[in-house]
Each structure stands twice: as C-alpha cells, then as structure tokens.
Design a protein around this ligand. Structure first.
Ligand SMILES: NC(=O)c1ccc[n+]([C@@H]2O[C@H](COP(=O)([O-])OP(=O)(O)OC[C@H]3O[C@@H](n4cnc5c(N)ncnc54)[C@H](O)[C@@H]3O)[C@@H](O)[C@H]2O)c1
Length: 214
C-alpha cells in the first residue's frame, strides 16, 4: 500500500549550521578573490539556496549586512567564523594514518578551519615510528599513556569500520569531547562526546530524497 504520510521538508533547523559552514567556505573563496561586497542573491547563485533562506539563516544569529548594500565579505566571514568556532585554534588527534588519514594531513582543510593536528596514532607495524608533516605517528596501544587529553579538543578517526567504536570509546574514557569518523556504519555515541560521521551513502540518501521532492 502506498505511504500517504506527508513527507517533511528537508530544511530543518539542524541544517542551518551546515549551511553556515557552506557560506563560510564561499566567503573564504570570495575573500581570496578580493571580492568586498556580496548580496544574498550572489550567495543564492553560488550555494544553491534561496535568498530568503540565506536571510533567515543569518537572522537566527543576529543582523548582518546593510539593507540595499549587501554584505561586507570580510566582516560577514569573520562573524560566521566566530559563530562556527573557526576563529579559534583547535588541537586535533588523528587516529589512523592510512590512505585517508594521510590525504587529510596533506589537505588544506584543517588549516582553513584553524585545526592543528598535534598527535597521530596508528597500529604498530603500519606507519608507527614514521612521521607525517613533521608529526610522529604513535602506537595506538599506548593511547592512554600518550594522548594528551588536556591539549586535544577533538579527534579525526580514519580507521577501518570495525575499529571505529573501540577508538571512540577509548577517546571518551580519556575525556576527548569531539570526533569525526568516516566509516559507513553507525556507532554508539558516548554521553560526554559529540560524534559526527561523513559517509557518502548518507549524502546519497539525502540527495535522492531531494530529487523525489523536486
Ligand atoms: N567517507 C568516505 O567517502 C570514505 C572514503 C575513504 C575511506 N573511508 C573510511 O575511512 C576509514 C579509513 O580508510 P582508509 O582508506 O584510510 O583505510 P586504510 O586501511 O588505508 O587506513 C586505515 C589505517 O588505520 C590504521 N588502524 C587500523 N586499526 C586501528 C586502530 N584500532 N587504531 C589506530 N589505527 C588503526 C591502519 O593501520 C591504517 O593505517 C575507513 O573507515 C573507510 O571506510 C571513507
């Protein structure tokens, strides 16, 4: 039997932060190109949102921009960076220095958001004893002895899927408050942590939902 239940609109409040992060990426790009002022119409063209949604998103956090003039790029960039916490310095532990971990270490993404990897852990026998971008790779067996929980704000977890939960639980015990992992599987999130997942299968589900709606 066909499901007649109304399908909720996808733009729920929890997506605002995600869009704010997207606007910040755009503003970085515009600032690098020397653009000084933009309108919500410009953001609409670049980020695929409506002008009214841009304005509503900003209104959640205060009043930005000047009516009839638009948004001053450096100022708006600074305001959004402050909202997202990207204006402060975050210390990161990278767990898993294989293919993805190495790519992330060499990418500009961390620097763009003021993230600094200060410790790296992997399995003995893999890259332990080497260093990436000048950061030595430590043995995950010694995590409890060597992870400096007072210095680490969050962890990036790039280990094989079956290993992710164990790593999250150990980080939680050590008092690490946040983690991002990439495996395509759910995890139990400890109460003292914020855990996010980047998974292409999830994004594809969101995309196909939106295609059904459009
Ligand atoms: N979301 C995506 O689009 C995407 C893309 C690529 C990979 N991934 C996921 O990212 C993760 C890493 O993938 P990869 O290609 O870098 O794999 P990889 O096998 O190249 O690297 C994994 C690394 O983790 C280390 N490791 C294994 N168990 C560990 C543990 N308990 N503690 C610390 N280190 C450990 C291994 O020694 C290895 O160096 C996987 O979960 C994979 O599914 C996701």
């Amino acid at each position: 039997m066909a499901n007649t239940k109304k399908r909720p609109k996808i733009d729920k409040k929890n997506l605002i932060i995600r869009r704010m992060s997207t606007y910040l990426r755009t503003l970085d790009h515009l600032q690098n190109k020397g653009v000084k002022v933009i309108s919500s119409a410009d953001l609409e063209k670049i980020d695929g949102v409506t002008q009214s949604l841009v304005r509503r998103d900003f209104a959640e956090f205060g009043s930005f921009g000047v009516r009839g003039v638009g948004y001053h790029v450096p100022e708006l960039r600074e305001q959004i960076a402050r909202i997202l916490g990207s204006d402060r310095h975050w210390k990161v532990a990278l767990i898993g220095a294989g293919g993805l971990g190495s790519v992330l270490m060499h990418s500009a993404s961390f620097k763009k958001r003021n993230l600094e990897v200060v410790q790296i852990f992997d399995h003995a026998g893999a890259s332990v004893g080497t260093s990436i971008e000048g950061i030595p790779v430590h043995d995950i067996a010694n995590l409890e002895q060597e992870l400096d929980a007072s210095r680490i704000d969050l962890a990036i977890i790039a280990v094989p899927p079956p290993e992710v939960q164990g790593v999250i639980d150990r980080l939680s015990q050590l008092g690490v408050r946040g983690a991002l992992y990439f495996a395509s599987r759910p995890v139990r999130v400890p109460e003292n942590m914020v855990v996010l997942n980047m998974d292409i299968t999830v994004e594809l589900g969101v995309l196909t939902y939106q295609l059904l709606e459009s």
